[in-house]
Write a protein of this length. Structure first.
Lengths: 301, 106
């Protein structure tokens, strides 16, 4: 930021105040940087930020600078304008401000947009985070990130779908944009995560239903096989006994019994197939699937 | 510096710095001169100059330098009176502090 940009920003930040009131102060700081010449860079570093200078001017105009300041061994310091504290306060304000305007954009985001936005943001948040920062945004933003990235499956290509949020980004500067992105990321996580959880819940429900159905089929096959075998034997035995009293009835009975025995035998074959082949195959499949999921998680984490 | 510079002392230093130039001096130079004595940040002095100006200890005028206006600060009569008060107060205060240090057994 050169000194013109710096002063433009200060001027912009004070644009709500009458020009005749701020002109003197703006002139002072503009002249100061101009007089500084080659050391303007250093002077701006000491000024801190346009926001800080704007705050000092504002407080001065509102007449409450006199009560706030204190001169210590490092010169004049005002708690309210101390760089770290001041930055914190201004950041919170910005966050609040852009949080409001950003909500609509965040919700309008498509699901993939929200997610890739997140994956994108996790990197940015990490980079901007410094120890002196409030961390509120960073800390709340981060927990959502790993999961989000994991779900997205392809953290390698964020950005493109994340762009729908961009129109809402104010052109004022990188810091505001960063804050807005963090807000978008949080909103995305908050709105999309439950939806995904819902889907996951639905999928889980269907899976459970299939498993239960399989178990019922497996058990039913076994029980029916057993019943048919026993009943077949019993009916055949009864038929043989009945043949002597009433040959026709007896033969019919034996026939029915044999049919039952046949069904029972088919059941035995089915049971052997189910218990010997299908179940082991299912278990192996399930274990392989779980392994695959775990490994993929490890890879993306 | 380990000792705090109070509001009054900073006012006194600024008044003294400005009073050296009969024609007055400007913000950047005042800051550099004050920084030669105590450690103040570059953004510090504007509120101080404003306050002294409001209290009528300093007056300003603009002069064209290199095709643009430079704002000069000049000490007023009221400012001189104030500076004189500060000077005598400081002489008495620093004298007592110096004496107690000289009497101290180290």
């Amino acid at each position: 930021m050169n000194r013109e940009e710096f002063m433009k920003k200060v001027e912009y930040l004070l644009s709500d105040l009458p020009e005749e009131e701020t002109r003197d102060a703006l002139d002072y700081y503009r002249d100061y940087l101009e007089e500084a010449g080659d050391s303007a860079e250093e002077a701006m570093r000491e000024f801190g930020s346009p926001e800080r200078i704007a705050s000092i001017i504002r407080s001065d105009l509102q007449g409450n600078l006199a009560d706030g300041g204190e001169f210590t061994d490092t010169g004049y310091t005002d708690e309210r304008f101390r760089e770290p504290n001041y930055q914190l306060a201004s950041r919170e304000q910005e966050e609040y401000h852009y949080g409001n305007t950003g909500t609509g954009a965040g919700q309008a985001d498509s699901r993939t947009g929200g997610y890739s936005g997140n994956a994108d943001q996790s990197g940015a948040a990490g980079r901007t985070g410094n120890p002196g920062q409030p961390g509120a945004a960073g800390r709340t933003g981060n927990p959502g990130q790993p999961g989000a990235a994991g779900h997205a499956g392809n953290p390698g290509q964020p950005g493109a779908a994340g762009q729908p949020g961009a129109p809402g980004r104010p052109g004022s500067g990188g810091q505001a944009a960063k804050v807005l992105w963090i807000i978008l990321a949080i909103i995305g996580a908050v709105t999309v995560l439950p939806a995904l959880l819902g889907f996951a819940g639905g999928a889980f429900g269907i899976l459970v239903a299939i498993v239960v159905l399989l178990l019922v089929l497996v058990f039913l096959t076994a029980i029916l096989t057993f019943v048919f075998l026993v009943a077949g034997v019993a009916v055949v035995a009864a038929g043989i006994a009945a043949v002597f009293a009433d040959p026709l009835d007896g033969v019919v009975c034996i026939g029915v019994g044999l049919v039952m025995l046949a069904i029972g035998l088919v059941g035995v074959v089915l049971s052997v197939l189910i218990y010997g082949k299908l179940l082991p195959w299912l278990f192996r499949g399930a274990i392989d699937g779980l392994n695959g999921m775990l490994h993929r998680k490890e890879r993306t984490a | 510096m380990v000792f705090n510079t109070g509001t009054a002392l900073l006012d006194a230093i600024v008044l003294a710095v400005v009073s050296k130039d009969m024609m007055g001096t400007y913000g950047y130079k005042i800051t550099q001169d004050v920084r030669g004595v105590i450690d103040v940040s570059e953004s510090t002095l504007y509120p101080v100059l404003r306050r002294l100006q409001k209290d009528e200890c300093l007056e300003t005028y603009d002069m064209a330098i290199d095709g643009r206006n430079r704002r000069y600060y000049r000490i007023t009569e009221k400012g001189r009176v104030q500076l004189n008060l500060y000077k005598s107060e400081w002489a008495s205060y620093s004298g007592k502090i110096t004496r107690i240090f000289e009497e101290a057994r180290i």
